[in-house]
Design a protein around this ligand. Structure first.
Ligand SMILES: COc1cc([C@H]2SCC(=O)N2c2cccnc2)c(CCCN2CCN(C)CC2)cc1O
Length: 388
């Protein structure tokens, strides 16, 4: 890592820095807007900046194609995230989004999209401080352009474009370790379609088990145990806003939805993108919420299957039932929607239910990072922020 050649120049705590428990603040003071660099950073010769207009189907498909071929793979390069075009619109076109934060790099001549970094506005609470931030996501450099030091230029440029608007903090996650994680989380997986997962070598048959026994082990009921659980709809937004806002207060890192529109965007169901369910009591009060998002993965080099359909646990509030029952209901609903596997990080209350609900530990960690902010480290159970 060339002793973090780039990250040692950035306002982030250094790896060996132990931040005292009572410190929770910006590392660098806000730059006066007229002092923020006005012109874009310089790209290597032959490349130019170009915003990706996600309302232009052609450009949306260019971004889809860049990511589906060049984005995150598992550590053995057997699988690669296959974010859909509709998912990218959902994740990047949140209320108040800025087109210049969909930052692309094109090759002169061919005009091909070869790199991208995205930012979306998201107010985040860190312990007792509510901070206007952006979430950084989908940083991707084409495989043929790696080690050309393009990523540091993308990070500096998106920082500049965000700083110009008066925002000086960011939140992001990564599978790699750079200065300096605020928390280290772990992926867990719950098989829904064990035969397919074993076939593509995502999972393996455990020594003392037959395939028939394995299928039986992961079998789920057809309907959720919480009988009043139903798809969330527009008219639920007001109650869900209050329920989730209150519930998120228990975590040390959590999104702050400034209004119902922001939360509606995050949670209202969109087929093949995000699924949300609520439980309502006899007085019509919404007491529980559970949601998950759809992120397929390409399977590289398998004759029978091209794609693993994975659901990822998103936000939830267990108000009238246990976390265990609510997440088991999410498994049942995801299975009904034909997902092959249900993924979850060990944040929020998730770790408590993994064993009973038959989740297995995944490969690699997911580090949580804050940019230009220092605060005490957090245990995964203190994290209430889920990035796509
Ligand atoms: C194979 O097991 C995992 C695969 C994945 C991801 S990585 C791309 C992909 O398609 N994944 C997948 C495939 C099928 C079903 N759900 C997810 C994960 C999540 C990311 C793991 N980070 C990747 C980057 N390194 C550096 C650290 C670990 C966990 C798995 O335990």
């Amino acid at each position: 890592n060339k002793s973090f050649q780039f990250w040692s120049t950035q306002p982030v705590p250094q790896m060996d820095e132990l931040v005292p428990a009572d410190v929770n603040c910006a590392i660098e003071e806000n730059i006066p807007l007229d002092k923020v660099r006005a012109e874009p950073f310089t790209l290597p010769t032959g490349f130019r900046w170009a915003n990706v207009d996600l309302n232009d189907k052609e450009q949306l498909d260019e971004l889809y194609n860049l990511l589906t071929k060049n984005y995150v793979e598992d550590d053995d390069s057997m699988f690669r995230f296959d974010y859909s075009a509709e998912f990218l619109k959902w994740a990047l076109q949140v209320p108040g989004y800025r087109p210049e934060w969909h930052c692309g790099v094109r090759a002169d001549g061919s005009n091909r999209l070869l790199a991208f970094i995205g930012a979306v506005p998201q107010t985040v609470r860190v312990y007792d401080k509510t901070v206007p931030m952006v979430e950084i996501n989908f940083l991707c450099v084409h495989k043929n352009l790696r080690s050309r030091r393009v990523a540091p230029v993308l990070i500096r440029e998106i920082t500049r474009r965000v700083n110009i608007t008066g925002i000086f903090q960011a939140a992001f996650t990564a599978g790699i370790v750079i200065p300096k994680p605020v928390s280290v989380c772990r992926y867990y997986h719950r098989s829904l379609n064990p035969r397919k997962l074993i076939d593509v070598r995502f999972s393996h048959l455990s020594a003392k088990m037959t395939m028939a026994r394995t299928i039986k082990l992961y079998k789920l009921p057809d309907e959720p145990a919480t009988r009043t659980l139903r798809e969330m709809k527009e008219s639920d937004v007001g109650q869900v806003f209050k329920l989730l806002t209150t519930s998120l207060k228990q975590y040390s890192l959590a999104p702050v939805y400034k209004d119902e529109e922001e939360m509606a965007h995050a949670l209202l169901p969109r087929k093949n993108v995000v699924y949300s369910y609520v439980a309502q009591n006899l007085n019509g009060k919404i007491t529980d919420l559970v949601s998950f998002y759809s992120l397929p993965s390409s399977v590289m080099g398998n004759a029978n299957h091209k794609t693993i359909f994975a659901a990822y646990l998103y936000y939830y509030v267990a108000g009238s039932v246990s976390v265990k029952q609510l997440i088991n209901d999410a498994l049942i609903l995801a299975n009904k929607e034909k997902f092959d596997v249900f993924n979850a990080l060990d944040l929020m209350h998730n770790e408590k239910i993994f064993s009973d609900l038959k989740f297995g530990k995944g490969d690699g960690n997911l580090q949580y990072y804050l940019y230009n902010w220092k605060c005490a480290d957090m245990k995964p159970s203190q994290i209430g922020l889920v990035l796509q």
